[in-house]
Write a protein of this length. Structure first.
Lengths: 163, 195
């Protein structure tokens, strides 16, 4: 099976990849994650499964976002697990020096979620994937994906500002 | 039970997104609107591998898929990589150039197409040949029809002058034979080279 020209992937999916990167990595690292994801996808493209390109691109984007989180965790000075509530497996990236907007407030609530819940809820609502696809990206089961998403939604509802 | 829409915490999520900037890769291409038609030009490894008529984006897609299979699927729009080829095409179409000075490669062609297209080298600027004569010249006498088909799939139009090959009836009544860019473009090129 011939793979479509890479430019067709960029044209069709760059907006979705950028949105996913911003939702997973936050406003300060979103662009960087999306850019890295495209460079990695280009390098790996001849080995990609052409049957599900979208999911493949999202997997790469998620892995790039995870790398950024890990780097941030290593470089965050007050990264003492005992000082955190315990729910965080990874410290959320900073939101410094960005103007306050509706997305910044959303990011503050989303970034406070445990990593797996954050990934699952973002893959569900930003990437618009079903639980089978989310499970495959997060290396888990569809049932666990469903649970992660509903736990995340419950937490987000509790932290929602009154309208 | 709440609907998934009211539940969607990202319903108003609208981050400022930027288009990715990617490094040059295996194949670079550009679309060039010339005086004889819209062309898709592509280069791979410093060689021009395509200069083909493409009336619209779906024609682009067909050419790009052909290259994805024959060269590499790592194909990106990098117009600056094709600047020199575009300049030479325009010079040629303005009568300022008779021979292309480009490293070109028949990467997107079958062995028979290659044989036919290489046979074009013998037909110089301003001269013409026929499908039958070209078939005989490459030792496939009688294969005029197959030669015509191979020329129709020329991935390097203008650079490899398939427009110089005419039906054996000659140009009677303005009939110049088939051409990927249409008979009008073929007639215009023949006129350009005759002047």
């Amino acid at each position: 099976m011939t793979r479509p020209p890479f430019q067709a992937l960029v044209d069709a999916h760059w907006r979705d990849v950028a949105r996913l990167a911003h939702a997973l990595a936050g406003p300060s690292d979103g662009d960087d994650v999306a850019q890295q994801a495209w460079v990695q996808a280009l390098a790996a493209y001849p080995r990609a499964d052409p049957r599900n390109i979208r999911s493949w691109l999202f997997t790469i984007t998620r892995n790039c976002a995870m790398d950024v989180h890990r780097r941030t965790r290593r470089t965050t000075p007050h990264d003492d697990p005992t000082s955190l509530s315990g729910a965080h497996s990874v410290g959320p990236p900073s939101t410094c020096a960005l103007p306050e907007g509706p997305d910044t407030k959303l990011w503050q609530r989303v970034s406070a979620l445990p990593e797996r819940q954050r990934e699952a809820v973002v893959l569900k609502y930003v990437a618009d994937l079903d639980h089978r696809e989310i499970a495959s990206i997060l290396a888990t089961t569809p049932a666990m994906s469903r649970r992660l998403v509903s736990d995340a939604l419950a937490t987000l509802r509790m932290t929602q500002e009154p309208r | 039970m709440t609907s998934p829409h009211t539940d969607n915490p990202f319903a108003t999520f609208d981050p400022p997104v930027t288009i990715p900037v990617l490094p040059e890769t295996d194949v670079s291409y550009a679309v060039h609107v010339s005086s004889v038609g819209r062309l898709l030009l592509a280069s791979a490894g410093g060689h021009l591998v395509m200069c083909a008529y493409a009336v619209d984006e779906s024609a682009d897609e067909a050419h790009l898929r052909r290259m994805a299979g024959a060269v590499s699927p790592r194909i990106l729009r990098h117009p600056s990589r094709l600047d020199e080829a575009r300049r030479q095409v325009d010079d040629y179409l303005e009568g300022k150039r008779q021979v292309f000075d480009l490293a070109a490669e028949l990467a997107v062609a079958s062995p028979f197409q290659r044989e036919v297209l290489r046979g074009l080298e013998r037909t110089a600027y301003g001269s013409t040949t026929t499908y039958g004569a070209l078939a005989a010249a490459i030792d496939h006498p009688g294969a005029a029809r197959a030669v015509g088909t191979a020329l129709g799939a020329n991935p390097l139009c203008l650079v490899l002058p398939c427009h110089r090959v005419l039906p054996s009836t000659g140009r009677v009544g303005g009939h110049v034979g088939g051409y990927a860019g249409g008979p009008g473009a073929k007639a215009a090129l023949l006129e350009l080279e005759a002047s």
